[in-house]
Design a protein around this ligand. Structure first.
Ligand SMILES: [Mn+2]
Length: 431
């Protein structure tokens, strides 16, 4: 990727407006750019956006003019909306979403790995950019977290960034159990949630661990997986596999995944996967200023936001459980038709939790009211289904758009077209 044009524009500007995406990758992109640009004595302001729309562009233009900015940098968004962006302002785009098929206007410098058929998350693009701008090695942590947030850490250029982070000693990749919360959650909780084999609640997990002679307490707290000794970790894996064999679970040894440890971060942020979900929860609650305050060391904010996020999430899940029978369903699909009962920012999380939980459907679709339409989130564990293609096609027909990946895709449609979506999508999946 050639950053020379972008570097020149940045060197020539003293006041820069950063506009970045609200998810983990976008927030990491903004963190990388703002830290690096501050080191260059640039005056910066960060604006976080869920998407680019003509309303957002109006807001950006207004802030640009009021703040006497000289340059706008769009990160982790922008490429898909080239024709919407202002024509009379200096613009740099550091993005990885598929660019709109128009000629790039003269006021815009766009750097995007898609143009070279490569994959690299937005934060990765920003990291490569700032490493040409100055000495910014420490910011590679956020490139790693951004790639985890976008589920692409081992794909293409992201993998190279990960290997570089390992080489310079900022990242340690270790094999471990496929659980969530390796570093900061109590081991009995992470294990209960992992569902490796049938255990009834926390107390049976605690019993299982004590039978293995694993000392659970340390300094008055229950240990996390990360706190266990190497021997204890080995013993634990082995016993889990044995239990899975005796429970006739298919592929009993399928319990491992990589743990990504950021060696220079405080304990709360050390597990890059946990860190990515922290970014996502701040984004979904629209705590955009707070996330940067937290990164600057205000840990009270983390505690508060975690509590608020947990409360909201369990409220929505309880609502979904209560209403499960009323939701439209087909042979393979559950439609969580939430209207205004679930925040549009969290409908995707609800769909993910339900599909990985106990329901017997292979596809879960969440529909929630948004300001300018209906937000859709789809999740699938049905082989041979390409949600990216199906969702983008159906949303296109219903006055919106969408896309994503084979197993997870999101989109938007016009209000009032929900029933039509449910019918078209159902026909597509059930045949
Ligand atoms: Mn991204």
């Amino acid at each position: 990727m050639d950053f020379s044009g972008a570097l020149l524009k940045v060197k020539n500007a003293n006041k820069i407006l950063l506009v970045s995406h609200y998810d983990c990758d976008g927030l990491c992109s903004a963190k990388i750019l703002s830290d690096a640009l501050k080191k260059e004595n640039k005056e910066i302001k960060i604006k976080i956006a869920k998407e680019i729309s003509s309303e957002i562009i109006e807001e950006v233009e207004k802030e640009f003019e009021e703040g006497n900015f000289e340059l706008i940098i769009f990160s982790d968004l922008g490429s898909g909306y080239l024709s919407l962006l202002p024509k009379d302002k200096e613009i740099v785009i550091l993005d990885h979403h598929v660019p709109e098929k128009v000629e790039v206007p003269k006021n815009i410098i766009q750097v995007n790995p898609c143009l070279e058929d490569k994959e690299l998350c937005g934060a990765g693009v920003c990291y490569l950019f700032v490493s040409e701008l100055g000495k910014n090695e420490e910011l590679i942590d956020y490139a790693v977290v951004g790639s985890i947030g976008d589920h692409q850490i081992d794909i293409c250029e992201n993998k190279k960034v990960k290997e570089l982070a390992e080489k310079i000693g900022r990242l340690k990749t270790e094999p471990g159990l496929n659980i969530f919360g390796h570093v900061n959650r109590p081991i009995h909780e992470t294990l209960s949630r992992a569902n490796f084999f049938p255990l009834n609640g926390h107390s049976e997990v605690v019993q299982f661990l004590s039978e293995l002679d694993i000392e659970l307490h340390h300094n008055g707290k229950i240990k996390s997986y990360y706190d266990l000794s190497e021997d204890e970790k080995k013993k634990l894996s082995l016993e889990i596999i044995k239990e899975r064999i005796s429970n006739n679970i298919e592929e009993p040894a399928n319990i491992f995944s990589s743990i990504y440890i950021l060696t220079n971060q405080p304990r709360e942020f050390m597990d890059a996967l946990e860190f990515s979900t922290i970014f996502n929860s701040f984004g979904r609650l629209e705590k955009y200023e707070e996330v940067f305050e937290m990164l600057d060391g205000n840990m009270d904010i983390l505690t508060e936001v975690r509590r608020e996020y947990g409360r909201k999430l369990s409220g929505y899940l309880a609502w979904a459980e209560r209403n499960m029978k009323k939701f439209p369903q087909t042979e393979n699909i559950l439609f969580i038709h939430a209207k205004d009962k679930v925040d549009e920012n969290m409908i995707g999380t609800i769909a993910s939790i339900l599909i990985n939980g106990t329901i017997d459907k292979k596809v879960v679709v969440g529909l929630a009211h948004a300001e300018d339409g209906v937000k859709l989130s789809t999740r699938s564990k049905m082989p041979g289904i390409d949600l990216d293609e199906i969702v983008s096609r159906i949303c296109g027909k219903l006055g919106g758009g969408g896309g994503g990946h084979k197993e997870a895709a999101g989109g938007k449609i016009e209000k009032g077209k929900e029933e039509e979506f449910i019918e078209l999508f159902g026909k597509e999946i059930d045949g």
